[in-house]
Write a protein that binds this ligand. Structure first.
Ligand SMILES: [Zn+2]
Ligand SMILES: [Zn+2]
Length: 123
């Protein structure tokens, strides 16, 4: 059986004033995103591109305050959140796996780095 506690949030708090999204996971880990980082992670076809075509974020745009202002966060089934942004953009579903895999905390960043070193690239 696969352990899904790593990608199962038990709490999701959006603090619009502070501009952060905080997730508490079933395995006890805590992830805090600032909204700018979250906006850059938007996985939708418009931002990321599709069928080999680059998306809007691939053009390295300068994001405005409106574009990184988190207006609303909604749950999508039991696998993702949908963020609504100040500019009206709301087509991105950030899956829990994506949010956990990109957790910006020091521990996770170090783990990702160790993983990369282990799997070549740095030889
Ligand atoms: Zn998007
Ligand atoms: Zn982390």
């Amino acid at each position: 059986m696969q352990d899904t506690s790593r990608i199962t949030p038990v709490r999701i708090d959006a603090d619009r004033g502070a501009g952060t999204l905080r997730l508490e996971w079933a395995d006890g880990h805590e992830t805090i995103y600032d909204t700018v980082t979250l906006r850059w992670l938007c996985p939708c076809a418009y931002c990321r591109g599709e069928a080999g075509q680059p998306g809007w974020l691939d053009t390295n745009p300068k994001l405005s305050a409106e574009q990184t202002r988190l207006v609303d966060v909604a749950l999508v089934g039991s696998y993702a959140i949908q963020a609504t942004w100040g500019d009206g953009h709301a087509t991105g579903y950030h899956t829990f796996r994506l949010l956990r895999d990109h957790c910006p905390c020091l521990v996770c960043a170090r783990e990702r780095h160790a993983h990369e070193a282990e799997h070549g690239g740095l030889r």
